[in-house]
Design a protein. Structure first.
Length: 428
């Protein structure tokens, strides 16, 4: 099987959409010998900050000499970003081999989704390579997410906000219930969630399962005096969660305070307050894609660039709270350049412009037909911030050639239609 054939096969699995539940993933893992049973995990759920927390943890443990596996989603440019060992993307030849092996192992009565299939692929690669620790990010929710077939050393829940409401629920309590589904009996859980309704659900579930619960609150943030490489106040919360996890697991995974400090100071994570200097221009890229993410992005901007007003390049998806998000950006904007995301789910640039006009915004708005055209239009501006969607960020990174060009098959694998998913029955 060639790489193109492997990517085409993965794309074909998208016809099965999103199927909440663990039975298919468990059976698929069983068909290849339960690779998860040979691995150690830190399982990370939450609305915002999952990826950054995973990045902090991975950098800390890798810097301390551990061989790390990292499983995250979505990818920005290449599918192999989702499955990494020691921050090296899954190689194309390994992708082809794993897809072939797992495809040929699917029980006849099983129809795995794209995410269920790739989750088991990741387990196979990590087990084959005998990694010391897997940093394991949920895809959507937690309770019924395909990643939830593992028994971790610790479960982490980052901030809880309103996102994927059509699937996870319309209140913070309902969403927290789904995230808290990764808590396992007797396994510690650490959380940086601050919303009272969400925190109450997490703490109640931990009590039910006799799981030690560590809450990363304001005092923990005040005590974090270490340098953090990722920008913004929200990243200090993610860093504090990672530090507390490393300290809690020291008896199992020994490391020093210096190794923790070095990890926080050297973590990189593309598309999250990522700064690129282009001649005399400062370009910031941040994949904020829900109201809480936009609020964190604004706080980081005002903290790192006080008094400055960037040109905002914005592209957003229709299944997000896009009206609320673009209006929240308006007070900080010098002007807007709006463009579509390369997805059937995109909000049109004209719709973005109209919402700003109807709200009485006096910021100039220019419409472009692509993110590349938007970046060209912003070339004379000294300070540019691009946001609204991780997929939009990925397109920008390709154009800016900070990453090798992706294949159309890679891009298609991110085009999951969330609107088609059925809501979870959170009463069960």
């Amino acid at each position: 099987m060639t790489t193109t054939e492997a990517l085409n096969f993965l794309q074909s699995l998208q016809i099965f959409g999103f199927q909440p539940g663990l039975e298919t993933t468990r059976r698929l893992a069983a068909a290849v010998g339960h690779p998860e049973k040979d691995l150690r995990f830190v399982h990370v759920a939450g609305t915002n900050g999952k990826g950054s927390t995973c990045a902090f943890l991975e950098q800390i443990y890798r810097g301390a000499g551990y061989r790390t596996g990292l499983y995250t989603s979505p990818h920005l440019v290449h599918f192999g970003e989702r499955i990494q060992i020691d921050r090296q993307h899954l190689p194309d030849d390994v992708l082809s081999r794993l897809v072939t092996t797992l495809r040929d192992s699917i029980p006849e009565d099983l129809s795995p989704t794209f995410f269920e299939f790739t989750t088991v692929m990741a387990l196979m690669w990590f087990a084959e390579q005998k990694v010391d620790l897997v940093i394991w990010e949920t895809g959507l929710g937690g309770r019924l997410d395909a990643t939830n077939i593992v028994n971790p050393l610790a479960s982490l829940i980052t901030s809880i906000g309103l996102d994927h409401k059509n699937v996870l629920g319309t209140s913070l309590g309902q969403i927290a219930f789904e995230k808290a589904g990764i808590i396992k009996p007797g396994i510690p859980v650490l959380t940086s969630a601050t919303a009272p309704d969400a925190l109450a659900i997490i703490e109640y579930r931990a009590h039910e399962l006799d799981s030690h619960c560590v809450v990363i609150g304001h005092s923990a943030l005040q005590q974090l005096t270490l340098s953090v490489s990722l920008s913004g106040p929200h990243q200090r919360a993610n860093a504090a969660l990672a530090v507390a996890t490393c300290r809690l697991l020291r008896t199992i995974l020994p490391l020093t305070d210096d190794q923790i400090a070095s990890g926080l100071a050297n973590t990189t994570w593309a598309g999250r307050m990522q700064r690129i200097d282009r001649g005399g221009q400062i370009l910031l890229l941040d994949g904020a894609h829900n109201p809480d993410g936009i609020a964190a992005f604004k706080a980081a901007l005002t903290s790192d660039f006080p008094g400055q007003h960037p040109t905002f390049i914005v592209g957003m998806l229709r299944d997000k709270a896009w009206r609320e998000m673009i209006l929240a950006l308006a007070p900080l904007a010098a002007r807007f350049i709006v463009a579509p995301v390369s997805s059937d789910r995109t909000v049109t640039p004209e719709e973005l412009r109209e919402v700003l006009r109807e709200a009485g915004s006096n910021r100039a708005v220019r419409v472009c037909d692509s993110v590349s055209a938007a970046l060209r239009a912003a070339a004379p501006d000294p300070f540019v911030a691009l946001t609204g969607s991780l997929y939009f960020i990925g397109e920008a990174l390709q154009y800016l050639q900070t990453e090798p060009q992706s294949r159309s098959d890679d891009r298609a694998l991110n085009n999951w239609v969330g609107d088609s998913a059925q809501s979870f029955d959170t009463a069960n």
